[in-house]
Design a binder for this molecule. Structure first.
Ligand SMILES: *Cc1c(COP(=O)(O)O)cnc(C)c1O
Length: 488
């Protein structure tokens, strides 16, 4: 647009004062207060300026916008006084979607958070003895039960050793798994060397990079092998008197295929034992149940790792475990004790609400009540159950403008599980006359609550695996409203 036209349009914009005292806006100050109204007016006017500058508004458009000014100001006010963090419907089929808050919590966890938040609690208090206690006890006792059967299964482990080790499996909780890795490395290897395969020097996203965390921990990274092949002999020849730890890192969001080789946990454990150095595994997702039950192999669980003899494992609370954001460190009691007495632990500890959510989630595992944990429930949904819901939804929103097809697809575990860890699903593939796929996806995001979908090959894809069944009706009415018209 020519500069003279722009200047002309800018001249038509009212001043903040004019709008504040103008029709429809003057009255708002009584209910919202003068300052918030002024802020809202400024925000609306600067939005109009931006739209003029970027050529989105011509003269007609501007006049229309000015007519609706009072409504826009009230809208802005209402939005500024409501929550920014709000629920969305996840129709992406990615079960642990980091941008969408990872694991939704179990009902019991939400209830336990509520009662813990509203009251004083025995967070660090032994009620019977009337003395100070430790906050870790609330989850450690449950993890001891859940992880107790590993010890007897260690190579060469005896029943007596199992009993002895059982009571010694310790766990501490920190803010997230990144913090868990930092604390473990700093406690076990500050100033010394940590041996890691070059094939595992990963970046997880959100700027968690193994070499950077290593540097921050004060440990010295000793890389061995190559990107695609690292043998146990590579580790063995790197061991020296500075070695403090052998570290294995789950590759998380990427895979190496083709000409590859990786030392097994058993080989690394044997090497670590021989030199009397600990072996640690950063599992990332760290499932507490056997994923083979839902047809996914090759995703090691916490028990698999401990059973193979690994001394310390680190894992997230809000990935496959299905709990709140947290980082858990489980393993040999003497090593965990060193982490607990590190002053970093005090800086990274979590609050009572996280303990409440974690305790309730772990208790569901102890009770074998897996279905009460939403992410486990979603993983266990069969393709047929999803197909039935998709078909029912499609039948209810028949509109002449809307084309719905139900196709085979894959749901992703996400949250640091391997990219090939997928579950077969049935997907609603949508096209709406008059809208591009991107526009349709945007309209779905604009509904209340926002519905987040995938766009692929010119269609909008909805995977009901990650949609709670009671939300199907919300998706249905959003689609009906967006595609408008009468039912076909
Ligand atoms: C996800 C992940 C992390 C980071 O965990 P957060 O809980 O997000 O801090 C670290 N290591 C691995 C292998 C992961 O998959």
């Amino acid at each position: 647009m020519k500069q003279s036209v722009l200047t002309e349009l800018f001249r038509k914009l009212p001043s903040v004062d004019e709008v504040i005292n103008g029709p429809g806006v003057a009255g708002l100050a009584t209910s919202y207060g003068r300052e918030p109204v002024a802020d809202a007016v400024r925000a609306v006017i600067s939005r109009l300026r931006l739209e003029i500058t970027s050529g989105l508004l011509d003269e007609d458009g501007l006049l229309l916008a000015l007519d609706g000014l009072a409504v826009a100001v009230e809208d802005q006010l209402r939005r500024s006084l409501t929550y920014s963090l709000r629920p969305v419907i996840n129709a992406t089929g990615v079960i642990l979607h980091t941008n969408l808050g990872r694991a939704p919590l179990a009902e019991a966890a939400i209830k336990h958070i509520g009662e813990t938040a509203a009251n004083y609690s025995n967070l660090e208090f032994e009620v019977e003895a009337g003395v100070r206690g430790k906050r870790e006890v609330h989850v450690e006792r449950l993890l001891r039960k859940l992880l107790s059967d590993f010890a007897g299964l260690r190579p060469g482990g005896t029943a007596e050793a199992a009993v002895a080790t059982k009571s010694e499996t310790a766990t501490i909780v920190v803010n997230n798994n990144a913090a868990a890795v930092l604390l473990a490395l700093n406690s076990l290897a500050d100033g010394g060397e940590v041996i890691v395969s070059r094939g595992e020097l990963v970046e997880i996203g959100g700027s968690f990079r193994i070499p950077d965390v290593m540097a921050k921990s004060g440990a010295i990274l000793r890389e061995v092998g190559t990107t695609n092949r690292t043998r146990v002999t590579d580790y063995a020849s790197a061991v020296n008197e500075q070695t403090r730890l052998i570290l294995r890192v789950h590759r998380s969001n990427f895979e190496i295929s083709g000409f590859t080789e990786q030392a097994s946990n058993a080989e690394l454990v044997a090497l670590a034992r021989k030199h009397n150095i600990p072996m640690m595994e950063d599992l990332g997702s760290g499932a507490l149940f056997d994923l083979r039950a839902v047809g996914i192999s090759g995703e090691p669980g916490v028990l698999d790792s401990l059973r193979s003899g690994v001394d310390v494992v680190t894992y997230s609370g809000d990935k496959l475990l299905g709990g709140p954001q947290a980082g858990l460190i489980s393993g040999r009691a003497d090593l965990i004790a060193r982490m607990r007495s590190n002053s970093l632990f005090r800086a990274l500890r979590v609050d009572k609400l996280i303990y409440a959510a974690l305790e309730a989630t772990l208790l569901a595992y102890v009770r074998h009540d897996h279905n009460s944990i939403p992410v486990l429930r979603m993983m266990r949904l069969s393709k047929q159950e999803i197909d039935e819901r998709a078909s029912a939804l499609a039948a209810r929103v028949q509109r002449s403008r809307l084309r719905i097809e139900i196709i085979d697809g894959e749901s992703l575990l996400g949250g640091g599980a391997a990219p090939s860890s997928v579950l077969p699903t049935r997907i609603l593939a949508l096209a709406c006359e008059g809208f591009s796929a991107d526009e349709l996806a945007r309209k779905l995001r604009g509904s209340e609550p926002p519905i987040i979908a995938r766009v692929e090959d010119g269609r909008v894809l909805l995977d009901l695996r990650t949609v709670f069944p009671e939300q199907d009706a919300i998706v249905e009415s959003a689609l009906a409203r967006i595609s408008g018209g009468s039912a076909a």
